[in-house]
Design a protein around this ligand. Structure first.
Ligand code: PLP
Length: 388
């Protein structure tokens, strides 16, 4: 069979989306939503409290503060901590990690990422001159937390995690992502492992910080309308919280399903020359928010060429994260030294379709399509590069 890019029949009749969110479908869910509507309390009330409680239990953390989204959670966190100085952020992350820093008027210092793990390289964190590290658990794989803690401590800085991808992941010591650093912030937007439509969770072991965050998400109003800090409206709605609470009992099964699908991908693609996979730290468990593959020189085509070929097969992919932050227009004024790991990741990583609702047969088809593309690599390269 010829690849679609060379005129063959596409692998899929209907476009295969990158992600289809998993949602609870309990028979009593409409009635429970109806009860919220009847109550007249539709934001930041009993359902939000309940959701905070069940997620705190699931994650094994003392405090969860639900917010309207992860970006707002990160912004409020930096505000409550009164960080003051520069914040070290990997350039290889999603836009929002850097934006949360900038919205607080704080300078961003870009660190490099390790091309094997795709997480921030602790060795690229400067020795000092910064107030916080905000590290991302890229694609759901935990950062090198011990090394980062040491770097932060040495610099007298706080360690925070953008855990947007990490709900359900575990550190090598078995504890859940959400339990390390001074605080971690999850995203519950539709592309993440657990979704409430829009939403975020801030987790912290610091009771006083949790208390401040609850005030901050309500404009900084402690209850008497004499605002004590420059907060925002960062509240979660009751229906979002209800969706989260209903989804949580299903979540471990969903996570298991993601792991099965990733195993299936890895088994099929391991033999394809040039393809390699994100290294998960020994003993850690990824949430596999994304399944992302590195396209090396031996594949015979570039990552972008592979993406073009898969588009012709009606398979959606993403180049997470290209361009990385330090090459985005809004960060053009941030001085950045060479970030070779970041550049390599940005040039070579391709995210393949993965979600709980993805059929095993669809994974096989994607793998077959990739294999076919590789086998016709020389011919495809000639065709694509000729028309450029
Ligand atoms: C999705 C994402 C965010 C933003 O989450 P929202 O809930 O949409 O604000 C932040 N950081 C990373 C790494 C993300 O992938």
């Amino acid at each position: 069979m010829r690849p679609a890019v060379l005129g063959g029949t596409p692998a899929f009749d209907e476009p295969l989306p990158l992600i289809r969110p998993a949602l609870p479908d309990d028979a009593d869910l409409p009635a429970r939503i109806g009860a919220v509507l009847d109550s007249g309390m539709i934001t930041n009330a009993v359902e939000v409290r309940r959701f905070e409680q069940v997620t705190a239990e699931y994650l094994g953390v003392p405090n969860v503060v639900a917010v309207s989204n992860c970006t707002t959670g990160l912004m409020l966190l930096l505000r409550c901590l009164d960080v003051g100085g520069p914040v070290v952020v990997p350039s290889f992350t999603f836009i929002a990690s850097g934006h949360a820093v900038r919205w607080n008027g704080l300078p961003v210092v870009f660190a490099d990422s390790d091309p094997r793990t795709a997480t921030i390289d602790p060795a690229s964190v400067p020795d000092g001159g910064f107030s916080a590290i905000l590290a991302t658990h890229t694609y759901g794989s935990p950062c090198a937390v011990d090394e980062l803690s040491a770097r932060a401590e040495q610099a007298g800085a706080v360690l925070l995690f953008d855990a947007a991808h990490g709900f359900g992941a575990r550190y090598p010591d078995g504890s859940m992502v959400g339990s390390k650093g001074l605080a971690e912030v999850f995203s519950l937007s539709p592309t993440k492992t657990l979704t409430t439509g829009e939403g975020g969770l801030v987790t912290t072991g610091d009771d006083e910080l949790a208390r401040q965050l609850r005030v901050a998400r309500d404009y900084g109003n402690p209850g008497n309308y004499d605002s004590v800090l420059l907060g925002l409206n960062g509240r979660m709605t009751e229906i979002a919280a209800l969706l989260g609470t209903a989804a949580l009992p299903r979540f471990p099964g969903w996570l298991e399903q993601r792991h099965h699908l990733v195993e299936r991908y890895v088994k099929s693609l391991a033999g394809v020359p040039g393809l390699s996979f994100q290294e998960i730290p020994a003993g850690a468990v990824s949430s596999y928010k994304d399944f992302t593959v590195r396209v090396g020189a031996d594949f015979g085509l570039t990552r972008d060429e592979l993406a073009d070929c898969l588009r012709a097969e009606r398979i959606s992919t993403r180049a997470y994260f290209d361009p990385p932050l330090h090459r985005q227009t809004v960060y053009a004024d941030v001085p950045a030294g060479p970030l070779p790991g970041t550049e390599e990741l940005a040039r070579t990583m391709i995210t393949l379709p993965l979600s709980t609702r993805l059929a095993a047969a669809a994974v096989d088809r994607v793998c077959d399509a990739i294999t076919r593309v590789h086998e016709h690599g020389t011919e495809i390269a000639q065709t694509l590069r000729r028309t450029e």
